[in-house]
Design a protein around this ligand. Structure first.
Ligand code: IPE
Ligand code: IPE
Ligand code: MG
Length: 252
């Protein structure tokens, strides 16, 4: 508390936290452009926000944080930008391992990881292995990820299991289908945050966000720090999630 004004963090109800927060980290390029710098500078500056948001989520006691870091469609960006992003990924994984260990966070990854350069894949596996002993929050990086890729892939794997008699068609339901997604075992996001003032989902977790609360902010990703994260959680707690029921039923 400073000057009698309560910190936004103190206004968050610890009994009503989202289990899973998903974030579309957008606006690095525009942030850099506004400063007369190149897009890569924006991506580098975005790493600090990744660290702050990860720490903020862990401080609150959130169990799962998923960050959309690179989409399937992002492979269509200029070669130099892709290379810079991959290099930045490797260096950030190295420099942030300490943050993960200190905060008891385990790293997971979703997406078509086989399509990543081998240096990235190797580094990822090292950090995933090293942090696998941690029992606090799970930090899930979505890399070379797109939801349609994931759903098609799930359909293929499920079809194979049906063919081999491991699953009966009549038994397929939401729960069974979910097990074939890369997020198997992870609860659906309670809130999805997107920065940079874009109002779209960009092929992220289409199945999983069926009932997520959506939170859009104009803040560009490199400016999205702890307090912005706390603000989003605070707003989430002031929404009424009805899941098809009436408000009266929810209050009863
Ligand atoms: C998000 O920032 C980072 C990635 C998609 C890798 P952008 O690079 O999309 O930044 P804008 O949207 O061009 O400002
Ligand atoms: C979405 O951002 C993907 C990530 C944040 C990794 P984009 O900047 O690629 O999204 P679009 O293409 O503008 O929708
Ligand atoms: Mg963008």
């Amino acid at each position: 508390m400073i000057n009698g004004i309560m910190d936004i963090k103190d206004q968050i109800n610890k009994e009503n936290l989202p289990s899973h927060v998903a974030v579309i980290m957008d606006g690095n390029g525009r942030w850099a452009k506004a400063k007369g710098k190149n897009r890569i500078f924006g991506h580098k500056s975005g790493v600090k926000s990744v660290r702050e948001v990860t720490e903020a989520a862990a401080e609150l006691g959130i169990k799962y944080l998923t960050l959309y870091a690179f989409s399937t469609e992002n492979w269509n960006r200029p070669r130099e930008e892709i290379n810079a992003l991959m290099t930045l990924l490797v260096s950030s994984l190295s420099s942030e391992t300490k943050t993960l260990m200190t905060n008891n966070i385990r790293l997971l990854v979703i997406g078509d990881v086989e399509s990543l350069p081998s240096v990235v894949l190797k580094k990822l596996n090292t950090v995933i292995h090293k942090t696998s002993v941690n029992t606090g929050m799970s930090l899930i990086l979505a890399l070379s990820y797109s939801s349609r890729w994931e759903i098609v892939n799930a359909a293929k794997k499920l079809a194979k299991d049906v063919q081999e008699g491991k699953v009966l068609t009549k038994d397929i339901d939401n729960d069974i289908f979910s097990e074939y997604l890369t997020t198997s075992g992870i609860p659906d996001p309670d809130i999805l945050i997107r920065t940079s003032g874009e109002f779209r989902i960009s092929n992220f977790l289409l199945w999983q966000i069926a009932y997520s609360e959506l939170y859009f902010t104009n803040i560009l990703w490199p400016d999205f720090r702890k307090d912005e994260f706390f603000k989003a959680i605070f707003e989430f707690q002031n929404r009424e999630r009805r899941f098809g029921k009436t408000s009266e039923q929810i209050k009863a």
